[in-house]
Design a protein around this ligand. Structure first.
Ligand code: SF4
Length: 225
């Protein structure tokens, strides 16, 4: 078993079972739009309201009364107008391409091309879509995964986030078997760890289950002794 897999095992034991993003491409797109600049709690409230209003398919969202849609989306927090605009554009993309889900599950080049017109996903969101809805072995590296992985010694630092993310992605994937489940699990636990414990400004190294294997944690605790 690789070092990375041992670290992910330790995180799984520490946090227990974590919820995964939706498996349906449209629902995942909505989830991504509502997640940006929000918290998991607020995002989930907005998703639940859309579900209550039966607006979680492209056609249903297209037909949904605007007032109900706006009220649901507002539960995710600020940037409601931008979110509504992104959702409208996404609905049009999905309605224009009824085979989008099948295309995403097909060859990677065509899948990436099909996802591109969807607003607000960026590279990481597109990678989450490929991994969680289409069973492609692609490791999404968001800011949290990048931070945790760098502190654990994976990848190279870079001023350019994209370049750093790619080097982290390359380093992580050399330690993972080509298994969808392993990729999903590694992403979920590293990303959650970046939110819950390995936070940006003040990581809680003293309680971290990875401390013994983490060069950054060792340095930080030495300094604070
Ligand atoms: S020991 Fe500290 S820096 Fe290392 S992974 Fe844990 S919280 Fe992050």
């Amino acid at each position: 078993m690789s070092r990375l897999e041992r670290l992910v095992d330790a995180l799984e034991q520490f946090y227990g079972l974590l919820p995964a993003p939706p498996r349906d491409p449209f629902r995942l797109f909505v989830w991504e739009v509502l997640s940006a600049h929000s918290t998991p709690h607020k995002r989930d409230a907005a998703v639940a309201a859309l579900k209550r209003n039966r607006a979680l398919t492209p056609d249903a969202m297209w037909r949904a009364p605007q007032k109900k849609l706006a009220e649901s989306v507002a539960l995710a927090g600020p940037y409601a107008e931008q979110r509504l605009r992104a959702l409208r554009t996404g609905v049009e993309v999905f309605r224009r391409s009824p085979n989008l889900a099948a295309t995403i599950r097909g060859p990677l080049v065509a899948a990436r091309r099909a996802i591109k017109p969807l607003p607000q996903l960026g590279e990481t969101g597109a990678h989450r879509m490929l991994l969680f809805t289409a069973d492609h072995c692609v490791m999404p590296v968001d800011a949290r995964v990048s931070r945790v992985a760098r502190r654990l010694g994976y990848g190279e630092p870079h001023d350019n986030f994209r370049r750093q993310a790619r080097s982290v992605q390359a380093a992580l994937t050399t330690e993972l078997p080509a298994s969808i489940d392993r990729y999903r699990r590694a992403f979920l636990y590293l990303s959650h760890h970046g939110t819950a414990t390995c936070t940006e400004a003040d990581p809680h190294c003293a309680v971290c289950p990875l401390l013994k294997e983490c060069p950054e944690g060792g340095k930080r605790l030495q300094i604070s002794d």
